[in-house]
Ligand binder design. Sequence first.
Ligand code: NAD
Length: 391
Amino acid sequence: MRLAVLKERRAGETRVAATPETVKKFLALGVTAVAVETGAGMASGIPDAAYREAGAEIAPDAAAALAGANIVLKVRAPLAAGEGELDELSLIPKGALLIGTLEPFAASDAPGGRAAAYAAAGIDAASMELLPRITRAQSMDVLSSQANLAGYRAVLEGATAYDKGFPMLMTAAGTIPAANVFVMGAGVAGLQAIATARRLGGRVSATDVRAAAKEEIRSLGASFVGVDDAEMASAQTAGGYAKEMSEDYKRRQAEVIAAAIAKADVVVCTALVQGRKAPTLVNDAMVASMKPGSVIVDIAADAGGNCTATVPGEAITTANGVKVLGWRNWPGRIPAAASSLYARNLLTFLTTFWDKEARAPKLPPEDEIVRGVTLTRGGAVVHPQLAPAAA
Ligand code: NAD
């Protein structure tokens, strides 16, 4: 059983899917060899030598790393023909198990989409961001591990861009008031943003549409701002995600949050609705109501952003002097920690579904976790959201 780890080639990707720690553990598990493409860990501060010390072979290029691979670990979907400098997909051996955040619903050059391309290539693909949010899956939950770091990083970057301070500073020269921080969306990223902003000394309030989030916001010492009504009581799907709210709810929510935004020095946007464009929560009028020098950090930028002023991939300053940080890939802005947690998530997944005698992965199709992440198997697209007939 050979395992390959590639250098990530997609624009702005700084993470890597395995670390020296997980390489050692894969070898202890019974993987015969781990091939790491040279330079794979550099953007996360992991030199080839550290992988070599952990027992990995360093491959001079992607083709060499993938030669004879049975398992391929990636952060992002491998590049297909026409998607970049190298057609990585064509180098993955038939029958290999590919694990990563493969974004099967994203636009792709591959005919029929990414999953169809994996099926055609005979690759069994597992897309880890589709993992069900159940207790048993928590330690393999890449969305949670990465969102947690994104929330932390967003507040640090917001604090740096904000040209006053977060805590109330009482000095001989006078007092600087604490920053008002408003967090929009209190899922994994938002709760970490609240905790981080509180640790820095900010005065924090937050909004969400799920009733459970209201208590979580308060338990972290922040105040809740929002519309608590019957729609909020039913805003959570069985999977724990928020539903798309009605136009009426959105209008009433906008009225309530407008006042919080006008007072805010730093707004951290984290609101997402699974599988859809991020909800627009901060409109142009709200941005115009903010003070010059205030900051909006939009970590929902990858999904289009929560703020109308957000330019995904860029930091801009509006005409009224509000800085809007719309970087993509926020976990990638804290790459060493993000790689470390992501790599452990993949290790836990493979360890959970590992046949010790065969020294190979064993993914029972009926298992809830396996069913959730498996896109393709034996040359066919099997994911229920992609191949309803096969579900
Ligand atoms: P997410 O990234 O999908 O969304 C972020 C937050 O935005 C959510 O809290 C959501 O309610 C909020 N949101 C959506 N629309 C909004 C709007 N119009 N206004 C304000 N806020 C809005 O969420 P997430 O962080 O992935 O968490 C989703 C759920 O999964 C939560 O219930 C969380 O507790 C749960 N969870 C469970 C596990 C587990 O048991 N394995 C692990 C992680 C998360």
